[in-house]
Design a protein around this ligand. Sequence first.
Ligand code: GLY
Length: 368
Amino acid sequence: MKTISVPLGDRSYSIHVGSGILQKLGGLVGEIVPASKYFFVLDENIESSHGQIAMHSFSEDTDACSLRAVESNKTMDSIQDIWSAMLSYGCDRTVPLVAVGGGLVGDVGGFAAATFMRGVSVIQVPTTLLAMVDASIGGKTGINLPIEHSGGQVVLGKNLAGSFWQPALVVADVDTLNTLDDRQLRCGLAECVKHAMLGHEKLLTWIEQHLVEIFARDTSTLVELVSECASIKAEVVAQDERESGCRALLNLGHTFAHAIEPIRELSLCHGEAVSIGLCASVFCAEATGLVDADYVDRIRGILTNIGLPIRLPASVNIEELVSIMQRDKKTVDALIRLILPTEEGATIVDEIDDGAIGLAWASVGASA
Ligand code: GLY
């Protein structure tokens, strides 16, 4: 088992990455947050498999509620359901919440924990690659809010309400990736590529060279991939817990991705939207002279080799996309803030005009 530290003073915690550690979860959690009982929020997909293994590893009393991991469930109704189940189970402030599943369950479970009785401990047990390398680390929790945009259509604004609530512990058992479908594995790889683009050239090359082992779910390759990417995330979070500086770089590709992910007709998972968002970002970066054409080709090539989309699956109106971006929570006074790649890492760009953003959308297949 590899252990990575997230040094945040009295909110410091460890990330354990390994194989066969779900069976030991109760012991690992008990060392950090001993309690007489534990409440679980389980991803419906893995409730009867990894969820049961996780719960049975505890000798204390446990209870659980489950959540279907779809964006339309990332709402206050789900939070209310979790709070109600916790009250029925007799939870008080001493009962930790253990969130087992993908990023959505971690975000919703984390927000329920942050707000139940003004905050109880949360343990993140990610079972998708995306959650292992990104969502479970750093304490971002939240839900989507409906927003109406031009034409009266209502879309869900991603993560528009939430809180920073650091977990007490993160336990990532790569064995859970054996049952993750290839599409979701590819989505996790989009976030791994994004992490690598933040100045970790060696990791980018390593990912390119290990795709066969990754898709074969080779245990030691997966432990290496997850621990390398988790270390990058941990380092950024330790420097800037509340995103007042460098943590914003983790949003590379995400301002574009958040605009297309909620559009139902596109049927994009988060990692697929991130992949297209990364392509739009590298186009913008090339147009502003931050990277050269070879870099653009390289990123597109890696994403294509992984099997991720590099263009929109159907055309979407550019104006509509720019208007959704203006409502992103990273937008200030309707000025879109973009994170753009550079040859050495990434940089924050605040003064990019809508025309340049429109061209970036056109480069991934959006239309005027
Ligand atoms: N997923 C971006 C962050 O945690 O800051």
